[in-house]
Design a protein around this ligand. Structure first.
Ligand SMILES: NC(=O)c1ccc[n+]([C@@H]2O[C@H](COP(=O)([O-])OP(=O)(O)OC[C@H]3O[C@@H](n4cnc5c(N)ncnc54)[C@H](O)[C@@H]3O)[C@@H](O)[C@H]2O)c1
Length: 384
């Protein structure tokens, strides 16, 4: 099993599906900058104390796949997440990264898995000492989902590309982080991951508006202030925002963003009106790029049922919020793999809008408590 230090001192190898996306390219950059200026990265990770127990921070290598043919520097310019002044000196190294083309959409899932396994093998040979983690950062998809009786192996891989990446990772003995809203929806895969002691965690990173929604809703619940209605609006101008204008692609994301409020509060918001009074809207607004803005109007009731109201305005940056969380999750799944905890891990609900697994904690304090307990469990296992 090894000690905590034997895990935290080894390099990480992030294998990213969608490595040239806004989050993927931000993670690439963070891994490069971490080597020369760790102070620009490590203070913004929640796993820093856990991972620094062993001393120096181990390097993070990134490899992965994308359908985009653009170089990494062109990709960084396109996404407008990080100013060029921060990465100009890394340009050559960024453009020389060993990335692989995504498997062709027309191939069956099983043919896609075979290609991905070859790529994984090559990436492992490049960094033989590193501990690999698969991170799914593919776009929210419209046709994802499995129907009863679907023969997954023969299915057209392009219909649900996430499946091949997750299957290849589990076949290669690699844990998986599903940061997307896409439901991998394959219980057999989760069971296999559990049997092999490989965490397969997700889904839908809880990065900005929804994170603060859980915090606020938990605080209102603790004070017995009744939520009468909650209106949430987001504008964003990145590729994810453009993709979410397709109602089919947005369906899963909107459901994940909406359902969790009732779960935190323990009652249906809007039950007095006979319909949900929790509304969530996402609007693609190109001028903003990755600089997402979110508004929340929260109507609450206090003593005598008298109404009050709260306004929240978050001026965030989508990928700047998401990239460190994905890196934290990579560290978490390595730790869990080391202690033999495979399959879904509901204790990681702190990180996700729709935590997979049975009875995940819903309120902010319960999610933090679950995370601390998980850390204590891992530490204890690794100390014995
Ligand atoms: N940014 C956030 O705060 C946040 C929060 C929760 C979830 N998410 C989810 O994370 C995911 C990634 O977000 P993003 O902003 O980086 O999206 P993005 O659209 O910028 O990146 C997706 C990348 O995947 C690539 N891609 C498409 N099909 C592929 C395939 N078959 N194989 C390999 N690569 C392929 C695209 O070319 C693109 O580079 C999305 O599903 C998004 O909904 C993001």
């Amino acid at each position: 099993m090894g000690t905590l230090e034997s895990i935290t001192s080894r390099p990480l190898l992030l294998l990213i599906a969608g490595v040239k996306g806004a989050i993927g390219s931000t993670m690439v950059l963070a891994s490069h900058i971490m080597r020369r200026q760790p102070e620009m990265i490590t203070p913004y990770l929640t796993t820093t104390a856990l991972w620094s127990d062993g001393g120096a921070v181990a390097p993070v290598h990134v490899a992965g796949w994308d359908v985009s043919q653009q170089s990494m520097s062109q990709t960084l310019i396109l996404h407008r997440v990080v100013p060029e002044s921060l990465w100009r000196k890394d340009r050559d190294r960024l453009d020389e990264m060993p990335l692989a083309p995504a498997p062709k959409a027309g191939l069956s899932v099983s043919a896609q898995v075979d290609q991905l396994l070859e790529d994984i093998d090559a990436f492992r040979k490049t960094w033989p000492d590193a501990q690999p983690v698969m991170i799914n950062l593919l776009p929210a998809c419209s046709e994802c989902g499995l129907a009863t009786g679907d023969a997954i192996e023969k299915m057209d891989g392009g219909r649900f590309p996430d499946l091949a990446y997750a299957r290849a990772a589990i076949a290669a003995g690699i844990p998986v982080v599903n940061f997307t809203p896409n439901d991998l929806g394959d219980p057999a895969l989760v069971t296999l991951a559990a049997e092999k002691g490989l965490p397969l965690v997700g889904r839908d990173g809880k990065t900005g508006q929804t994170y603060f929604k859980v915090v606020l809703a938990s605080a209102l619940k603790a004070r017995q202030l009744r939520v009468d209605g909650w209106y949430s609006l987001n504008i964003l101008g990145n590729a994810d925002g453009r993709n979410l204008m397709d109602p089919d692609c947005a369906r899963g994301k909107l459901a994940n963003k909406t359902e969790l409020l009732d779960d935190v509060l323990g009652y249906r918001v809007g039950e007095a009106y006979g319909e949900s009074a929790h509304k969530v809207h996402i609007d693609y607004y190109p001028p903003r790029g990755d600089a997402k803005e979110a508004w929340d109007v929260i109507d609450i009731k206090g003593l005598f049922g008298l109404p009050m109201s709260i306004r929240v305005n978050l001026q965030g940056r989508d990928s700047i919020l998401a990239a460190p969380m994905a890196l934290d999750l990579a560290r978490w799944v390595l730790l869990l793999q080391a202690v033999g905890r495979g399959g879904a891990v509901p204790e990681l609900g702190f990180f996700f809008k729709k935590p997979e697994g049975e009875t995940p904690a819903t309120t902010y304090e319960d999610q933090l408590r679950a995370l601390k307990k998980l850390e204590a469990f891992c530490r204890e296992k690794l100390a014995t």
